[in-house]
Design a protein around this ligand. Structure first.
Ligand SMILES: [Zn+2]
Length: 68
């Protein structure tokens, strides 16, 4: 986690925005983003939002799994 240097672009294919955040690629992939999981994922504001949403979903699924 943390801020990203200026000029780094979002790693999501087709996205041309500048990255604002960097997170572990594994986490980004787990949240449903189309990024490679063995590198750090640089995300723009929009995709970081999506990542956070994706993580919430993932947690909900985890809860269901535990119930079953
Ligand atoms: Zn993006």
């Amino acid at each position: 986690m943390g801020r990203v240097e200026k000029g780094v672009k979002c790693v999501v294919p087709g996205c041309d925005n500048l990255a604002l955040r960097s997170i572990a690629g594994v986490k980004a992939a787990a949240a449903g983003l189309n990024v490679s999981s063995d590198k750090r994922a640089y995300l723009c504001k929009e995709h970081y939002k999506r990542y956070k949403k994706g993580m919430k979903k993932e947690k909900m699924i985890e809860k269901w799994r535990h119930k079953i």
